[in-house]
Design a binder for this molecule. Structure first.
Ligand code: NAD
Length: 479
């Protein structure tokens, strides 16, 4: 199926008529083409967004809210179609797309549709000076949203929903490897009555289409989720133009397990936090640290559970692990498994490609557990972003804290313990934007979301996102 750009509420071919092949990761075949958009297409999207802005920014909050909630309802009504499309485009189990990706995309619109009606600004009385100050939070204008392939519609809408709720108009680019649900979203927006030009979706490569969005002088803010290297490049391009930037980047998150935890809960959740979405979630706990006294037991039990995971075609109901995103990506992950062996790591389970009958050219890999000799080896330091975890024992709280923080990333950390004082001590000291204690990836959309160090700059979620997508203006009135 070929897709088109969504500009000014209509579907268009790219001006150059150049196209990119779109692969189905479950069988390695090309199943459609997507626009290879250039500067012209981005300019058209910008013009459309710019002309929609005066009216959209003055649309009442009730009306904006109503439209966002309508989009949410239409996504829910089309869940089967969207989940199928997401699974085919990305390789993820359709069961996961149905319970996580698409419901969350719908929640993003519903949440920000409601949040905008509660978004308030401050006022300050300057006592003794006969003056009152108040803060206006005004939409920025035309903003750019660029998203990755791992949770395609989930992360695309996590940016778009707050941007338009706050009164901006958007030029958005989904990942070129997972463009399908972003394309389908255009139809839904039209059906929901989103005015033409409020959302514009331009497809294409990061280095051309994405770059054109970032380089555009009049696109005043960029919300980006993707790799750390890309984020650094975007920051460099955007800085001389003084754009507002929100960067959600890579992770290498510790999963820290103390002997006093609820063992069965921890074990089940750890399998999930290691391999959900083929380990391709920025929040996956890819470095597992286990207190020595339970290390051998954990090792045995964990490997047993991992062995039971079924690698299979994404559409099969009992598939736990679907296909990885692409040929280059599976090669990258396999290369890290070779590096682990060179660094004297022991592969306790996995490490091999899997041939799924009938889909021999798909990108399937066994879930892989590596016991590493130390925390400084490359597989423990670099983001692999696949179904690969490392395990390592620790003796003392201070030791594990040191190892957990000794990476360049700082997105999330998971802690398994029933000791309250330790929970507070560790949560205070772990260098990460999100700490989960006795759970993983439990999300409340009101909370701030983002990372520290090389995991990013800025926060999304709740009012943080609405603050990002608005400019604060102080008005001081002397009376
Ligand atoms: P990527 O950086 O290669 O691409 C992300 C997006 O940026 C894509 O749409 C791509 O086309 C675009 N892009 C690439 N080069 C660009 C450029 N020069 N200018 C503008 N846009 C450009 O990342 P990816 O491989 O799609 O995604 C995987 C990465 O995303 C991992 O590192 C993962 O940790 C990270 N991620 C982070 C979060 C988070 O919330 N922190 C969430 C999901 C994924």
């Amino acid at each position: 199926m070929n897709i088109q750009n969504y500009i000014n509420g209509e579907f268009h071919n790219p001006a150059s008529n150049k196209w990119i092949d779109n692969y189905n990761p479950s069988n390695g075949e090309v199943y459609g083409q997507i626009p290879n958009s250039g500067k012209n297409d981005v300019e058209n999207a910008y013009i459309s967004a710019k002309s929609a802005f005066p009216s959209w920014s003055l649309t009442t909050l009730e009306e904006r809210s109503r439209i966002l909630i309508k989009i949410s309802e239409l996504l829910e009504a089309n869940i089967e179609r969207f989940a199928k499309a997401e699974s085919k485009d990305n390789g993820k189990p359709i069961s996961l797309a149905k319970v996580v990706d698409i419901p969350r995309a719908a929640s993003n619109f519903r949440f920000f549709g409601n949040a905008i009606t509660q978004f308030a600004s401050e006022s300050h009385e300057s006592v003794g000076q006969n003056a009152i100050n108040y803060t206006l939070r005004q939409p920025i204008g035309v903003v750019g949203c660029i998203s990755p392939w791992n949770l395609p519609l989930y992360l695309f809408t996590w940016k778009i929903a707050p941007a338009i709720a706050a009164g901006n108009c958007v030029v958005a680019k989904p990942s070129e490897v997972t463009p399908m649900t972003a394309y389908l979203l255009g139809e839904i927006c039209n059906e929901a009555g989103l005015p033409k030009g409020v959302l514009n979706v331009v497809h294409g490569l990061g280095t051309s289409t994405g770059q054109a969005i970032v380089e555009h002088q009049d696109i005043k803010a960029i919300s980006f989720t993707g790799g750390t290297v890309t984020g650094a490049h975007i920051a460099k391009v955007a800085a001389p133009m003084f754009k507002k930037l929100s960067l959600e980047l890579g992770g290498k998150n510790p999963n820290i397990i103390f002997a006093d935890c609820d063992y069965e809960d921890m074990l089940e959740s750890t399998v999930h936090s290691s391999f959900a979405n083929q380990g391709q979630i920025c929040l996956c706990g890819s470095r597992i640290f286990i207190e020595s006294s339970i290390y051998e037991k954990f090792k045995k039990d964990f490997v047993e559970k991992v062995k039971a995971l079924k690698v299979g075609h994404p559409s099969e109901k009992d598939t736990n692990i679907g296909a990885l995103i692409s040929k280059p990506h599976i090669e990258k992950v396999k290369n890290y498994i070779s590096i682990a062996k060179e660094e004297n790591g022991t592969v306790l389970f996995g490490g091999n490609e899997v041939t799924v009958k009938g889909y021999e050219n798909g990108y399937y890999l066994e879930p892989t557990v590596i016991e590493v000799p130390n925390d400084e080896c490359r597989v423990n330091q670099e983001e692999i972003f696949g179904p690969v975890v490392t395990i390592l024992p620790f003796n003392k709280e201070d030791d594990v804290l040191l190892m957990a923080n000794k990476v360049k990333f700082g997105l999330s950390a998971t802690l398994w313990t029933n000791n309250l004082k330790r929970t507070i001590r560790m949560s205070n000291q772990l260098q990460a934007g999100i700490i989960w204690v006795n759970t993983w990836m439990m999300r409340d959309l009101r909370t701030p979301f983002g990372g520290v160090k090389a995991s990013g700059v800025g926060r999304e979620g709740g009012f943080e996102a609405l603050r990002f997508f608005t400019e604060a203006k102080n008005v001081c009135i002397k009376y």
